[in-house]
Design a protein around this ligand. Sequence first.
Ligand SMILES: [Zn+2]
Length: 368
Amino acid sequence: MIRGTWYPKGSANRKKASLIVNDSKKFSIMSEEGEIELVAGDFLGLAVSDRVGNIMRRLTLPDQSIFETLDNNAVDACLKTHIHPANSRSLFFQLESSHRMLFLSFIVIIALGISLKWSVPWASGLIAESIPQKVREHISRESLIVMDAAIFKESETSVVIQKKIKNHFENEVLPTLSGDTLKGSAFTLHFRKLSRSTAGTEKQIDIANAFAFPSGDIIVTDELIRVANNQQEIDVILYHEIAHVLHNHGLKQVIKSTLVTTIFLMLTDGASFVEDILLGFPVFFIQSHYSKIYETEADKFAFELMLKNNINPTVFSDMLSKISIEKKKEAVQVDEQNENYFSTHPATSKRLKMAKKYAEQFSKQRQP
Ligand SMILES: [Zn+2]
């Protein structure tokens, strides 16, 4: 029995009534007060409105009178029990609409993914480029303070050697960069000792690495200088680091990850974008993982400079291999996530192949 209201055709005389359907699929509308049968007929012949949420359901009876009820669940159960055509229609409608929702959500997710994939790097590039040198210097200074406290120690490289490398950098390396590529960046070399304790022992392992800050400040570790046999081997690493600065790789990478986090955080709370960038830098430099695209870009830039300055590109691959051997010696003790130049700048076969290509160009260029 389904309770509702009956509206006779062409009359405002509505009545509280109930719908009853028996096993032989005959229905009757009974008035509630007097138990009078108001209308009766074949249940399967009734026109039943589609269910829309919990809105009043309307059944149009054979004499064109109307029975309305809010008991949607009872109507659906009744349609199902007596296999009323409206049942399959409502099922079909539900199925179709849920499929439609699924498909729509799928499209929305794909579109969001695609637009984020393209728009986030693009926006990160724009933001990175628009950050003025003063802000870059601020970010870099703050990051260096954190890194000095967290991972760096004072350099043990002799002052004489430091001075020699610095002079060479300022008088030989920097002048080979053309003014417009510099875009206001002021490159300065700094020296630090970077070591890492090995798991379970007191032993410290020195790490060969270089870090490029967005301001143009470049940190070179003692171990990197130690494994280099000559000035050229340091130069090629510096070219590569200069490229990271000039192409805004560090800024782009931190902004990119900050943007993605911020987009998702914005839905819950208002995270400060600028604060996140500032916080992100020391973390980025300590973990220092440039994307492969940035590494390739920096390598290319370095190779071009090597050709221009008459340095054989094999110096670069030799340096990478040398640090790689260093790393293998330490690999037993040092875990994979360490701050070795080679682990943050992995010498993939692709990189070595590119070095070989440039080396061929170099030998061609030297032939008269
Ligand atoms: Zn790199």
